[in-house]
Design a binder for this molecule. Structure first.
Ligand SMILES: [Zn+2]
Length: 56
């Protein structure tokens, strides 16, 4: 069984401290606050991050 609120984690350092940023060329991207790694965000990345942002 997988949780519905399975927060996305950084591919590099496994941190959950992610931020959604807007990139002019690539659109929405996930940015890791821990190591600075960024990648193109998927809806799976965006939705839980927004929920976390509102909740905190
Ligand atoms: Zn990271």
């Amino acid at each position: 069984m997988s949780s519905l609120l399975d927060f996305p984690t950084c591919f590099v350092c496994r941190s959950v401290e992610l931020e959604i940023i807007s990139n002019d060329e690539l659109g929405l991207m996930s940015l890791c606050q821990e190591c600075g790694y960024s990648w193109i965000a998927t809806m799976d990345d965006i939705a839980p991050t927004i929920i976390k942002t509102i909740a905190s």
